[in-house]
Design a protein around this ligand. Structure first.
Ligand code: ARG
Length: 487
């Protein structure tokens, strides 16, 4: 027993240590070729951003079609056009962008990003294309109470995670408490519901939200370091790409194009229509992807899970240990971590260029296979030992006994548990939204950003998830009853 545990630990350590040198090697390689060469070779310029940030970047519907809009989008289009290359927008969370740029998932970040000294250690920045003011917003009823930095002593300030707003809160308001959330709509929602007392936010973004949230307003708080610039982040050591980007930026500044981009964005922001006519298609699309993800996760997971369960139940010690290590590792780590490991690992370690959707599917399959392996193993083990003995004494060999006697009985234990797993996966699959897979939760977040209404989209998503899981459990329930009738 002890030897077995030791073996597993050694095996895991070997696996992990094999991965580490690879990571640094591929990052070193990444630094050598100019990122422009890579983009040119694939014929596509990948621009990363976080589309929760109107008027910089957001999604909206135009003539029934979804599209990205905003200042940064126009700028990205211009850079692609100036350089005669296809543009691909890669939408993800703001705090994942730098990682994506450094691992080569994207060629540049245009996401209202300020060139701070900390970021400059990791990536390079173009010349700036905008200057913006940092502001504080509060609930209207608090406007007279919260006028100075001192008034916020002991109060809760909200910011988007890993932004300059977070920095500002830490340096200029050290006596306030800080709540850092991943996405801007979440911070707005906290402010609306009184969970936080104020939010630090960039002027143009604040304007957009104030328009749609009439109970919020600007506070009179002034920051000493309120002016920030906004620039494009590029991988280190890509002089050619830098050169090309700076040429476009210069053009934008010389011709005052930002003003035009901003007008266009405002127009796209406030086009009218009811909530469902504007955003219904987002949710429908999201449901489709969620079902696809969960279905593939469970089906492929069941196939791999079957193999793993047989490895675990078989006689070979090596196969047994491999299966155990795999199952324990996957069940002992959060799905969120696995999703990021697959997403960044496939590029950094394996050098593969996989889309977010494929990475999301792989992560779910890996995760499901471990749980399903245990479901299958338990299902088989639950069949009474005497059944195998009886089958063998009737002259069947082990495989025949397994196939004809044990499995048919085991299936009855396995199927209901598999159904539960399916229901679980439908809910859990929402986690892959972090890497930008366009499933239901991701679309709810897109609608939050596009509608400036942080609450309704979540409610709709909750109802839709419930309809999916409830329907599925009903179907399972009837299937089970049919099965027991056939008993
Ligand atoms: N300007 C701020 C920064 O550089 C916030 C940018 C947030 N961008 C976004 N797309 N959510 O950190």
């Amino acid at each position: 027993m002890k030897r077995n545990v030791l073996l597993k630990i050694v095996f895991t350590i070997i696996c992990l240590s094999l991965m580490i040198p690879n990571i640094s090697i591929s990052q070193a390689n990444a630094a050598q070729t100019d990122q422009w060469e890579k983009a040119k070779e694939r014929g596509e310029l990948r621009v990363g951003l976080s589309a929760d940030y109107a008027p910089y970047e957001f999604e909206h519907t135009k003539d029934g079609n979804r599209e990205y809009a905003g200042i940064d989008i126009e700028l990205a289009k211009k850079i692609a056009k100036d350089n005669d290359i296809e543009l691909k927008i890669v939408n993800m969370q703001f705090d994942s962008l730098l990682g994506a740029l450094k691992t080569g998932k994207i060629d540049m970040i245009i996401s209202g990003m300020a060139p701070t000294p900390e970021r400059k250690k990791e990536v390079d920045f173009s010349d700036y294309y905008m200057e913006v003011k940092q502001r504080m917003i509060v609930q209207k009823k608090d406007k007279d109470k919260l006028k100075t930095v001192d008034d916020f002593k002991g109060k809760m300030i909200g910011v988007q995670k890993q932004t300059t707003q977070e920095e500002l809160a830490k340096t200029e308001m050290p006596e306030s408490q800080l709540s850092s959330l991943t996405r801007v709509p979440e911070v707005i929602m906290s402010l609306n519901s009184g969970k936080i007392d104020g939010m630090i936010i960039e002027g143009p973004v604040a304007d957009a939200y104030l328009e749609k949230n009439p109970n919020l307003t600007y506070s009179d708080v002034e920051f000493s370091d309120a002016d920030k610039t906004t620039a494009i982040a590029l991988p280190k050591n890509s002089p050619e790409l830098m050169d090309r980007v700076n040429k476009s930026v210069k053009d934008v500044r010389d011709n005052n194009l930002i003003k035009d981009y901003q007008d266009k964005a405002t127009e796209a922001m406030f086009d009218d229509g009811s909530f469902f006519s504007k955003y219904g298609s987002y949710f429908l699309h999201g449901i489709g992807i969620t079902i696809l993800l969960s279905f593939l996760g469970v089906v492929a997971g069941a196939i791999i899970g079957c193999v793993l369960a047989l490895m675990k139940l078989g006689n070979s010690k090596i196969l047994k240990s491999i299966a155990s290590v795999y199952i324990e590792f996957i069940r002992g780590t959060p799905l969120l971590v696995q999703v990021f490991l697959v997403y960044f690992g496939t590029t950094a370690v394996l050098g593969l260029d996989l889309s977010a959707l494929i990475c999301g599917i792989i992560a779910l399959i890996i995760n499901c296979s471990a749980y399903i392996a245990e479901i299958i193993r338990a299902g088989i083990n639950a069949v009474d030992n005497g059944q195998m003995e009886a089958a063998r004494s009737l002259g069947l060999n082990r495989t025949q006994a397994m196939k004809q006697v044990i499995m048919p009985q085991a299936i009855k234990n396995i199927l209901p548990a598999l159904g539960n797993e399916f229901v679980t996966v439908i809910k859990e699959s929402s986690i892959v939204s972090v890497i930008g897979v366009s499933e239901l939760m991701f679309n709810a977040q897109v609608v939050q950003g596009a509608s400036f209404d942080p609450f309704t989209p979540l409610l709709v998503a909750a109802v839709l998830y419930f309809i999916l899981t409830f329907t599925l459990s009903r179907v399972m329930y009837f299937a089970e009853r049919r099965f027991s009738v056939s008993d």
